[in-house]
Design a protein around this ligand. Structure first.
Ligand code: BJW
Length: 266
């Protein structure tokens, strides 16, 4: 599906306090119904209605209380591996205690209408898989796995030992969560698959991400450069809003089920 030329879109921004039901432009409903491949970039904003905090925005965000350099960087880990390990254990327990929300389920439902749906997620919580999405590309890892800091060997669980972090069963090196910190490369295969999806899809969504962390933030631009329509769902404007063909301002857990219902009424 082709959108209007990059940068020359007539924008429809729907401020969230105003309408009880979102109204969607006809072109979007038509493209959703006709799409053969939909690519969807998600960020922490889609999981926040499940009870998981975002990183940067607002009163409940993680980095209001924690310094990113201490927790999401190799330097922070090397300075205090136990502090970082304990923080991730706490977050993993919290992520395991919540459920996918209507936003996750709406994206999983999109698959039931014939299109391939590639979820390109920056989230490490596994909620898309739990909601039933079948193609989930994890760009920043998954909190349910750990790996050896020294040899990168993957360990499928988080061993419970008195020592924190625990030791790698193979080489005795310290374990770390299998997530991507600042300054680290994203997993090659995941990034290549996400870039391919952004290039090849005929409709692209960016949902619940501030769109400031690269290279994930470049994925919508890959799609837009090929004149694929980019649609954003977020509580607020982001650097992507000007590039998106439509930007819907409101909670993903409300807007996405409304969009699916508008495209495929029962
Ligand atoms: C709702 C909502 C609701 C709320 N409904 N919406 C090019 C240019 C500039 C910099 C760089 C560049 N290339 C690389 C860099 C450096 C760096 C980077 O991007 N820095 C920028 C911040 C300046 N990138 C990297 O280091 C990456 N590695 C890399 O590029 O390697 C190559 C390289 C190496 C060395 C040098 C140069 C290149 C790695 C990035 C790893 C990010 N890791 C984290 C932590 C993961 C593990 C963990 O969870 O602990 O990933 S950081 C954090 O940010 C996390 C997230 O996945 C990521 C994105 O955040 P997200 O999800 O967008 O959250 P927020 O809080 O920012 O936004 C939430 C949004 O939701 C808001 O907009 C709300 O409004 C909205 N929202 N409720 C809808 N209900």
């Amino acid at each position: 599906m082709m959108g209007p030329p990059f940068g020359a879109t007539a924008k429809r921004v729907c401020p969230w306090g105003l309408a009880a039901m979102t109204s969607f432009p006809t072109w979007l409903i038509e493209q959703l119904r006709a799409a053969r491949h939909i690519a969807i970039l998600t960020g922490s904003g889609i999981s926040t209605e499940s009870g998981i905090p975002t990183f940067r925005d607002g009163q409940n965000s993680l980095w209001k209380d924690f310094d990113i350099r201490d927790y999401a960087s190799v330097d922070g880990y090397l300075r205090n591996p136990q502090r970082v390990w304990d923080w991730y254990v706490e977050r993993r327990v919290q992520m395991d205690s919540v459920e996918p929300n209507p936003g996750h389920f709406a994206l999983a439902q999109m698959e039931q209408h014939g299109a391939r749906v590639s979820i390109l997620t920056q989230n490490i919580d596994g909620l898309h898989q739990r909601a039933g999405s079948s193609e989930v590309i994890e760009l920043h890892g998954n909190i349910h796995r750990s790996r050896c800091y020294r040899e990168h060997t993957l360990v499928d669980t988080w061993p419970e030992t008195a020592e924190r972090p625990p030791r790698c069963p193979d080489c005795g090196g310290p374990l770390r969560p299998d997530v991507v910190w600042f300054g680290e490369m994203l997993p090659d295969e995941a990034l290549a698959a996400a870039e391919r999806a952004a290039r090849e899809c005929d409709l692209f969504f960016s949902i619940g991400t501030s769109a400031v962390v690269y290279p994930a933030a470049a994925l919508p631009l890959v799609a837009a450069r090929r004149r694929t329509s980019v649609v954003e769902v977020n509580l607020e404007e982001t650097p992507l809003t000007d590039i998106a063909r439509s930007s819907f301002q409101g909670p993903a857990g409300r807007i996405l089920p409304e969009l699916v219902a508008a495209a495929w009424p029962e």
